[in-house]
Design a protein around this ligand. Sequence first.
Ligand code: GDP
Ligand code: CA
Length: 315
Amino acid sequence: VKVVALAGGIGGARFLRGLRAAVPDAEVSVIVNTGDDITLYGLRICPDLDTVMYTLGGGIDEERGWGRTDETFTTRSELQAYDAPASWFGLGDRDLATHLMRRQMLDAGFPLSQVTAALCERWRPGMRLLPMSDDRVETHVVVDDPQTGRSRAIHFQEWWVRHGAALPASAILAVGAETAAPGPGVLDAIGAADVVVLPPSNPVVSIGTVLQVDGVRAALAAKPVVGLSPIIGGAPVRGMADACLAAVGVQTSAQAVGRHYGARSAGGLLDGWLVDSSDAGVTVPGVEVRAVPLLMSDLAATAAMATAALELVLG
Ligand code: GDP
Ligand code: CA
């Protein structure tokens, strides 16, 4: 079976580990959000690609959910001692090696897709990681400055990491998405897929950004699509997806997110929508909704989620 998954960072990566365990023989291609990417100190940081790569490659810090195991932050402390402008960003010493390698290869002229493939030769994720685009796309968040009464756009990472998504956002924009071409292999992978899975990733800044890349949404219209809710009992399991949903006018509930994605038969995306057992009773017009445990508490529980997702749309 050929599976395509769209993914952000932590939620996507953990789900993919379950998917790999559930269907080890499946050929999985992951289209990864690059809208979170940011250039700091000349380095191109790709948080979602790296989270997926480290998680599937056994190099992730399990507790934090991002960055490397056994990480140290000496460089960051030194940057803080310089009062470096971006020292709010958590750059670990081990992680830095990835960013240096990526910089080196990008500077040599390789596109992000090839750089990613090269980095994956070390991590062997067991599936194909495809950046959604080789072109630069950066998510920006429009926030209102209460002091001046004016609004300004800041990079997603500044809003998310530096401000903890606490500044009320009036819009979220994927800058560059309108002209970004899908990465090599992205549309082909969707075209060859038997099923497309939307893991419990952030519906706005992870899945929502991938969907803005030219041709992706249209390609999905020809495939069975199943999604898993990142929202359980009216709250994100982790992180601040509620702040992102508020910015696009969607309630933080499994039902509202399912309806936001919408039924494929009605111009939306979904054929099937998995919600947590505690959200049983959710309905999305035109979509088959099933309630199962959706907490990725361990690999077995996560694999069961993946199995349930595939069964819902493939039977
Ligand atoms: P990010 O890029 O690191 O923010 O990660 P993603 O966008 O891939 O995933 C973030 C989402 O994962 C959050 O909205 C969480 O609610 C969701 N999430 C994290 N852990 C779980 C879990 O155990 N179960 C479910 N259903 N969602 C989860
Ligand atoms: Ca992310």
